[in-house]
Design a protein around this ligand. Structure first.
Ligand SMILES: [Zn+2]
Ligand SMILES: [Zn+2]
Length: 336
């Protein structure tokens, strides 16, 4: 089959690789759509990951089902999550592979969905493999994974309707966070980002106040919007020193900071700002596929405004460069 294979930093080539082999607990999916994730880009920029086939945000049709799998049938339209427990850690030895502390992840430690076919190990209906309601397109379904991260993070914050929430960083995760906050009825959303296309998308997603961080100060905007109180919760979806500092500065006393963005570099910080304001810093890493499928099905969240580009599998190299540098890129997707 054809797949997009990493050969070095910013070097992806579409080439022929062996077809996936069906395992007794696995399924093989013919990939229809696969998105490029911000996490993929962190790896894509570096050497040392030769041979990686990315792709964990995808949808497709089941074409082969392992002998030990129940309830999943060939022809089903699905999205899925892929991981392989290590088999040897404390949890794996107790038979609790889902808690494995050294999980291998689809699209990083074993081949992902930027290929014609993908193998999902441990295919369990409703836990790792999710059938698509008719209302969801393949593009919607390939958006479930990033949306699930935003949903998980917002849900962890438990914002109330009367509260103000700041969203810093308007990549796909931040933009979905805006939509999920809106769907929950949060009354005031202050969104801060940089690329013009993403600022515009933040408006479509329901942000009440949009800050162009290239020109304006996000902290000042948040303070002005809240009569100098600061926001109740900050969704920190950018992951750098500036945005981390802004999060602490714009949170009101007793507020929460949800750390969602991936930090490529260490931080320098003085915890005094957190102590003095009684802030709570919360790490977020998790997803919720069923809740995300439901949000897309009801139309409370929409994927389409965030999908900016499509490429074929043969154009995978261009697709990655577009996602990394194109000013209008929000979510770039590949259609094998
Ligand atoms: Zn992702
Ligand atoms: Zn393990």
């Amino acid at each position: 089959m054809k797949a997009a294979v990493m050969h070095g930093a910013r070097d992806i080539r579409t080439e022929t690789v062996p077809d996936p082999v069906l395992e007794p607990h696995g399924v093989i999916i013919k990939v229809k759509v696969c998105g490029i994730c911000g996490s993929d880009l962190h790896v894509y920029k570096q050497d040392g990951q030769e041979g990686t086939i990315f792709g964990h945000e995808f949808s497709g049709d089941v074409i082969a089902v392992g002998s030990q799998v129940t309830g999943i049938l060939p022809g089903m339209r699905v999205t899925a999550v892929g991981f392989k427990p290590c088999g040897t850690c404390f949890w794996c030895r107790q038979g609790k592979g889902h808690r494995c502390s050294a999980m291998a992840i689809l699209g990083y430690q074993f081949p992902g969905a930027m290929a014609e076919y993908v193998h999902i190990p441990f295919a369990v209906l409703g836990r790792t493999v999710f059938p698509l309601p008719e209302a969801l397109t393949y593009e919607d379904a390939a958006s479930v994974e990033p949306l699930s991260i935003s949903y998980f993070s917002v849900n962890r914050a438990q914002p109330r309707e009367e509260e103000s929430v700041g969203v810093i960083g308007l990549g796909v995760i931040g933009l979905y966070a805006v939509q999920v906050l809106k769907a929950r009825g949060v009354s005031q959303i202050v969104a801060s980002g940089r690329r013009p296309s993403r600022l515009e998308a933040a408006g479509t997603c329901g942000a009440d106040i949009i800050v162009d961080a290239a020109k304006d100060d996000a902290v000042r905007a948040a303070m002005e919007a809240t009569a100098n109180m600061g926001v109740n919760t900050v969704m920190e979806c950018a992951g750098n020193q500036t945005t981390f500092d802004q999060s602490i500065a714009m949170a009101r006393g007793g507020g929460k900071i949800m750390l969602v963005g991936v930090y490529e570099q260490d931080l320098r910080w003085n915890p005094q700002g957190v102590i003095a304001k009684n802030l709570t810093l919360i790490g977020c890493l998790g997803g919720n596929f069923p809740a995300s499928i439901e949000l897309l099905k009801t139309g409370n969240v929409q994927a389409k405004p965030l999908i900016s580009h499509f490429f074929s599998l043969d154009e995978a190299a261009e697709a990655f460069e577009t996602q990394l540098v194109h000013p209008d890129a929000i979510k770039v997707m590949i259609k094998p």
